[in-house]
Design a protein around this ligand. Structure first.
Ligand code: CA
Length: 229
């Protein structure tokens, strides 16, 4: 249903929030330090951030402003101080909402739900692209595009199908016959099993930093290939 990052140094509160979110079907991660929280928020995709104001390392206002520079994800700020609430309301930190401590966890969950659905309808289909992400490799299934370290690589349709098939079945060893049958199948006239080898080589040239020691598509000698997670 969605993934929430809770940045909160009072662990009992954080765990309470997490438990309520779990019950409502959300996944939730907890960070108790401001700087670590910001790092996690920037390097992962979440659907909502719940952000306490008073935090060790870096306060919630600064985290909020820094996140807002790069992410449109809804931010719900949490504070016990009236002054903070006025600040959140009045100033342009970019928070979408706030709750005052002490608050009822179910009220918080209701707000998380509301923000997730509003955000989803706002970003619409753009956000709903199905993406496979493994280390620096990003395969956009919906748009049929491949990115390596954020740089787009051009794939022919067969190269794309082959890479996608391997990536969707990670750690599974496929023989060349398996792959040939799966990807070329009915259209195999005029090509043979060596086509698989050629395509693997071309894919590696695009996605591997060193084709001789591939980090994504591994050769299992005498058997075939495996996509490494
Ligand atoms: Ca705090």
């Amino acid at each position: 249903m969605g993934k929430v990052l809770i940045i909160e140094d009072e662990i009992e509160i954080a765990e309470l929030e997490r438990d309520y979110l779990h019950i409502a079907g959300f996944e939730a991660d907890i960070e108790t330090d401001g700087k670590e929280g910001l790092k996690k928020a920037l390097t992962n995709d979440y659907d909502v951030y719940i952000l306490d104001v008073m935090l060790p390392g870096m306060d919630g206002f600064e985290i909020c402003a820094k996140l807002r520079d790069v992410k449109k994800t809804p931010i719900i700020m949490v504070s016990a101080k009236k002054d903070d609430i006025d600040k959140i309301r009045g100033l342009g930190y970019g928070a979408d909402d706030y709750v005052v401590k002490p608050f009822s966890p179910s009220e918080l969950v209701a707000r998380v739900k509301a923000h997730v659905s509003r955000y989803e309808s706002l970003v619409g289909k753009e956000q709903k692209n199905e993406i496979i992400k493994v280390r620096g490799l990003k395969i956009d299934k919906t748009a049929h595009r491949v990115f390596v370290n954020e740089e787009e690589k051009q794939f022919t349709s067969k190269e794309f199908e082959l890479l996608l098939y391997l990536a969707e079945n990670p750690n599974h060893v496929f023989t060349k016959d398996d792959l040939f049958l799966k990807i070329w199948g009915m259209e195999s006239a005029g090509s043979d099993i060596a086509t698989v080898t050629v395509h693997i080589k071309k894919i590696r040239e695009k996605i591997e930093s060193d084709s001789n020691s591939p980090q994504y598509i591994e050769t299992i000698w005498g058997v075939g290939y495996r996509f490494k997670l």
